[in-house]
Each structure stands twice: as structure tokens, then as C-alpha cells.
Design a protein around this ligand. Sequence first.
Ligand SMILES: O=c1ccn([C@@H]2O[C@H](COP(=O)(O)O)[C@@H](O)[C@H]2O)c(=O)[nH]1
Length: 250
Amino acid sequence: MPTRSNPVYCGVDTIDLAQATKLIQSIAGGPKPAVGGIKLGLEFFLAHGAPGVRYAFPGPVRATGVGFFLDLKLHDIPNTVAGGIRAVVELAPTFITIHASGGKEMLKAAVAEAGGQAAKHNVPRPKLLGVTVLTSLDRSDLEATGVDADPSDQVLRLAGLARESGLDGVICSPLEIAALRKQCGPDFVLMVPGIRPVGSAANDQKRAMTPRQAVDLGATNLVVGRPIYQAADPRAAAEAIAREAGVNDL
Ligand SMILES: O=c1ccn([C@@H]2O[C@H](COP(=O)(O)O)[C@@H](O)[C@H]2O)c(=O)[nH]1
């Protein structure tokens, strides 16, 4: 099998600053990172904010070339979401998430703000990804929110809106990858959580597949949290998942 660049982003889901710092150093530091990127999200950012990002994921670790996914899942009126983007672009994230269901005006405001702030801070423009239907939801969960649609149809609809609004990609489950590739083309980023290595527990993920399946279907990146950070040896777990996803030069 030909090797590929490491698609695995580890979700560092903890409020424990020391634990996050140690985990990030062990999987992303050194000459051979075991992951393609680090994802910091709600738990970590609410507890520690921008100073915590700089502390736990410092320049020397970032210099190994790993990506930085700031998974804030912004969802508010356009002016407020633009303000949220304004507050974090200087951290130079590779990706930021906003909810596609926030609507076209909100999505466009975020795109415009990301471009302007990147120029102001002289950092690469972060790629904006639209959250579609959370991977923890199935049809009946959607119905309970008033959406009478299959998750896959709703994901396609929201991805279309995200693309028309200028976003770079979406968060989707593995089950929608093939249809999204067809609808949105080869360059649209498909960042895919709901990834479980063979034999591991699904936890609260209702639309899940293995790393190999997701990559074969056309995922750009995979998001994996608990199967890495809850493992006895997180680095070994990350390497095993990357190998399962077709990375063979670790
Ligand atoms: O639809 C979504 C959007 C985001 N996530 C995030 O991905 C990780 C998955 O963690 P696991 O422990 O591997 O389940 C987590 O940080 C979520 O916030 C998602 O799961 N689904």
C-alpha cells in the first residue's frame, strides 16, 4: 500500500492543562509525530483560552508541521460569530469550525472575517469547516429537533450551504463521505469524527466507522479522541490508528 500523509487529528478533550500538554508532546512532538494534527475544542478552550493553547501546544511542537484544529463549533448571529473568529485567528489555527445550520449570512460573515484577520496578523487564512449533523445523532434524534430528514440528506443539504457560502469543507460522519465527495468535489475538506478502530467501543458515536473504511471512502482527515487519549499508551494507540489509516512511515 502506498504511504499517505497522516490524516489523524487527535481530539485533546480535557480541562487538565498538564495532561493536555503531556499528551500533545508525546503524540505531536519530536522528529516523528504520531498524528497529523491536534484538535483543541470546547472543554480545553473554555477552561484555558488562548494562553492555554500557547502553553499546551507551543511553537516547537507546532514546528514539527502538525496541524491545529480549533473546534469551537461557533453558532450565533453573524456579528457575534465574526467576533469569535476575530478573537482566535491570531493563534493561526489550520481549521476552525462553525455550525452550518447558522445560515448563509453567518457563514459568509465568518469567511470574510477570517480572511481579514489572517491578513492583519500575517498568518495563513484558517480553513473554515461547517459542522453538519453531529456524529452522535441518528434519524430519531434529528426528528426530535424538528428535522424530518435522514442524517445523510441533512448533511448534504448543509454541506451545499457551507460550500455556497465559501467554506472550505465540513465535519461529517463516515457514512456521508462518498456522497459528499460526489457533491462537493475532490478538494472540499471532509474532516471526519466518529472514527473507531476495529474492536473499540462506539461510546456516544452513533454514525461511526473504522479509520480504514473512512480513508477508503475519501475522508481528508479523521478525528479521534478517546481511543487515543484514554489508551494506556496514547502514542502507541495513535500510531496504530495511523497505520490502520494507511500511514506506513511512522
Ligand atoms: O459531529 C461531530 C463533531 C465533532 N466531534 C468531535 O470529535 C471528537 C471525537 O471524539 P471521540 O472521543 O473520538 O468520540 C470530539 O472532540 C468531538 O467533540 C464529533 O465527535 N462529532
